[in-house]
Design a protein around this ligand. Sequence first.
Ligand SMILES: Nc1ncnc2c1ncn2[C@@H]1O[C@H](COP(=O)(O)OP(=O)(O)O)[C@@H](O)[C@H]1O
Ligand SMILES: [Mg+2]
Length: 329
Amino acid sequence: MIELRGLTKRYGEKLAVDGLSFTVRPGIVTGFLGPNGAGKSTTMRMILGLDAPTRGDVRIDGKHYAQLQEPLNHIGALLEAKGVHGGRTARNHLLCLAQSNGIPERRVGEVLEMVGLTAVARKRPKGFSLGMGQRLGIAAALLGDPDILMFDEPVNGLDPEGIHWIRTLMQHLAREGRTVFVSSHLMSEMALTAEHLVVIGQGKLLADTSMSRFIEENSRTYVRIRTPEPERMRDMLIAEGLRPSPGEDGAMEVEGDDAARIGELCAAERLVLHELSPQRASLEEAFMRLTAETVEYHAHTGPEAVAAEPASPAPAWGADWNRGKDGKG
Ligand SMILES: Nc1ncnc2c1ncn2[C@@H]1O[C@H](COP(=O)(O)OP(=O)(O)O)[C@@H](O)[C@H]1O
Ligand SMILES: [Mg+2]
């Protein structure tokens, strides 16, 4: 378990990480999502004690990283662009790490096998492809058979096969009961990998929710309608038990995928349509909207309020807009 409490990091004028509080739990993959520059790597460095927090606290199974005896046995990490000694063979690189953490030599062969590098164990990493380098970094993270694993943008620059391999590995490690914390700036990647989601923007917590709930709340289907007679349209839709709400640029939106039924109603009522189109908001769009609005969000609501309600897509005044006409408002 990793616990952050008000974790904050300031670099001069820049608040890179701003009061983050959340818990990363065992048995699932937790995705750590945010656009580039959001503060993911800085947070991960503080978890590992490589950077000191300006304020707040982070603990690994109740302890600070520095208090862990033989830390590789508790937490293994692949940081972004991890430097490996280019002149040492892959096997020797792992052997050095093992020896300094009291890990038996046979474990080096095991992790090389797990990441599929046995055939190149005696080659130097400077000749490795990006994917092989990532595999070596993951082998190092697995060396101490730790209960907690942390990967910073592990699929960056990998081919589809490498991405699939890492995704499968992370899910396997979580199923073994480990804590798996993985960062990405791509929603589409996280949607396939993580069961829980922590979203940050400009160092602040924007959402801490299950992936299924995030998808449920954000993969909205609706029908967009444009008409020169919005009043009649609205009355007709409400009379049919539908709930129109105002969309962008004067359009009207109706939840669901009932475009055909709405078209037939319009024909029956001789109501002119300029547009009638089924829409689907993608998770990527929901993520972009959530993170792009960081500053505005926090001008109105505290982080807790936003965390409980990630990217509510419908305008807050949609309900009132309906009520006004049906006489109940
Ligand atoms: N060592 C540093 N010195 C100054 N600013 C930094 C340093 N490390 C990161 N930053 C800044 O902090 C912010 C967060 O960076 P980072 O944690 O790398 O974001 P992410 O990993 O989400 O892309 C960025 O604005 C970055 O420029
Ligand atoms: Mg980063």
